[in-house]
Structure formats: structure tokens, C-alpha cells
Design a protein around this ligand. Structure first.
Ligand code: ATR
Length: 275
């Protein structure tokens, strides 16, 4: 059978783990998938997408810095892409319309709930950051019915804007916004969605937000303990996870959308962890 073509598009792209993850899924499932990486010019993402689908490509993952542009470019969006304001998965529907989905939120929820056994229902959650990464995951987390989500951000106005945006889908969950210094009670779950560590920074949080039972989840992924998780451990956290599982789970959900098959993720997470 001829392989069908998929790719991840970003800029830069050489560091991307998506080709490796999808190749492992293809071997595991026996699906005829060929998956490559495309570096799109910063000023011509739309041209790269058009060229890919004109050549018969079946599906694209989209990464930094094009997720918002992918969302804008699409002819139609799934509800979760609509809420996320960004797309990480593109494909043509049966009518040939460019369709945008976002599997990042599904990825973090599956990693937390299925891989790490974290209960989100009725949980008190502190989310750090209010950029694209956080917006991308709030909808699926809210769908698990946590008791509350406090969004803390350096620029409080951006956290306020996310509260306004997600209040209509928050149901019984109490949504609130604040600065980093304000939270001073222990949370069940703390999710770091800031990019502070890329500048060697840490959000200036009170150590009081961490109790022994607090689950700390850094959406960043690193072969060593991430900067944020290292800080959390020093404050007494006993359960810390990084974003590797989320990365694999969001890829698995894209694979399911494209191929109709959900690959097993645990062997792939283990394989990447051992790289
Ligand atoms: P991403 O797509 O990774 O979410 P983004 O939309 O630029 O990227 O958002 C980055 C997030 O990390 C924001 O919440 C940002 O805070 P501001 O909204 O105040 O800019 C946060 N962030 C980035 N650098 C930070 C730092 N040095 N300290 C604390 N927060 C930081």
C-alpha cells in the first residue's frame, strides 16, 4: 500500500518530536503513514499549507509560531478548536474544506487522568500563565468539572480576559484571575503553562500553594526535571509530572482524527523517555 503523507509544520522545526512519535504510532498500528517535518517561512505559512495539501498531503500538525494562523486559515473549526483560539491539527473534510482541530487540551487531560490517575472532577486547580498554551487547554479541563480554576499570570489583564472568555462554558466551576503573588492556599493541582523557564525565570509563587498531596504538572518537557518542577520539589511537592505525556497524547488524538485508530501511548512515552 502507498503511504499517505502527514507532517508537522513550524519554524523552527528540527527539534520536533512529532515525526518520531507518529512513526512509532504507524509501526504499532500498521497504518500506511509517512510523517515528515516542514519548516514554513515565517511570512508564508498559508503557502506551505496549500502546497502540502495540493501535493496530496492528508493531515498536518501545527506548532510554534503558527497555531493561531492555522486557526484563522481554516474554512471550519471543531468546537474545541473554536474555544482554544488556536489549531494544532489540520485536515481536509469530505467536502475538501480545510478543517482545524485542537488536541492539546485532550492531550493534557488524558495524561493527567489516564496516565497519572489525577482526579480533575471537583479539584481545586491553579493554572499559571494566560497565553496560547493555557487558552488551548482550558476548555477540555473545564469539561472535567473541577471545583475551581484560578488563573494566575504576570499580566493579570490577560488572565481576566481568559476568565471572561471561558465563563460561558465553565458551568459550576469557579473561575478567577489573579497575579502570581496572590494565591496562598494549597491546591490539588498546579499546572505551569508559562514560558518563564525559557528565560531562566520562575513565576514568583508562594510556597504555600504546595502541599504534600499537590500534583504539580509542567506543560514543558525536559529530559531533566524541569525548572518549575525542580522549584516545586524544593518546596516539598511529592508528585511532579512534565509535559512529555501530553505531547504524546495530543499526537495520538491527531492520529485518531486522521486514521480512525487510537494508538497505544504508553510504549511511546516510555520509548521517548529513554531517548
Ligand atoms: P504560549 O503559546 O507558550 O502560551 P504566549 O502566548 O506568549 O506563549 O504566553 C506565554 C505565557 O508565559 C504568558 O502567560 C506570559 O505572561 P504574560 O502574559 O505576562 O506575558 C508567561 N511568561 C512568559 N515569560 C514569563 C516570565 N519571565 N515570568 C512569568 N511569566 C512569563
Amino acid at each position: 500500500m502507498t503511504n499517505e503523507l502527514y507532517a508537522v509544520v513550524g519554524n523552527p522545526i528540527s527539534h520536533s518530536k512529532s515525526p518520531r512519535i507518529h512513526s512509532l504510532f504507524a509501526s504499532e498500528t500498521g497504518e500506511p503513514v509517512e510523517y515528515t517535518a516542514i519548516q514554513a517561512p515565517l511570512d508564508n505559512f498559508a503557502g506551505a499549507v496549500k502546497q502540502f495539501f495540493d501535493r496530496g498531503g492528508k493531515g498536518l500538525n501545527v506548532t510554534v509560531p503558527f497555531k493561531e494562523e492555522a486557526w484563522q486559515l481554516a474554512d471550519r473549526r471543531t468546537e474545541r478548536a473554536e474555544n482554544a483560539g488556536a489549531a494544532n491539527t489540520l485536515y481536509l473534510d469530505e467536502d475538501g474544506r480545510l478543517t482545524a482541530d485542537n488536541t492539546d487540551g485532550c492531550g493534557i487531560v488524558r495524561d493527567l487522568v489516564s496516565n497519572h490517575g489525577v482526579a480533575l472532577k471537583a479539584a481545586r486547580i491553579l493554572v499559571l500563565g494566560a497565553g496560547g498554551a493555557v487558552r488551548g487547554v482550558l476548555g477540555p479541563i473545564l469539561a472535567e468539572h473541577p471545583a475551581s480554576i484560578t488563573i494566575a499570570n504576570r499580566t493579570v489583564a490577560k488572565a481576566d480576559a481568559l476568565v471572561d472568555l471561558f465563563t460561558p462554558v465553565a458551568g459550576e466551576t469557579a473561575l478567577s484571575a489573579c497575579g502570581f503573588e496572590q494565591p496562598s492556599e494549597p491546591y490539588d493541582l498546579i499546572i505551569n503553562g508559562t514560558s518563564a523557564s525559557l528565560q531562566g525565570d520562575l513565576p514568583p509563587l508562594s510556597p504555600k500553594v504546595i502541599a504534600k498531596k499537590t500534583v504539580v504538572y509542567d506543560m514543558m518537557y525536559s529530559l531533566q526535571t524541569t525548572t518549575f518542577n525542580q522549584w516545586a520539589l524544593e518546596q516539598g511537592a511529592q508528585i511532579v509530572h512534565d509535559g512529555l505525556g501530553m505531547l504524546v497524547e495530543q499526537a495520538a488524538e491527531s492520529f485518531r482524527i486522521w486514521r480512525g485508530i487510537s494508538p497505544a501511548t504508553r510504549p511511546v512515552i516510555e520509548e521517548l523517555r529513554n531517548d
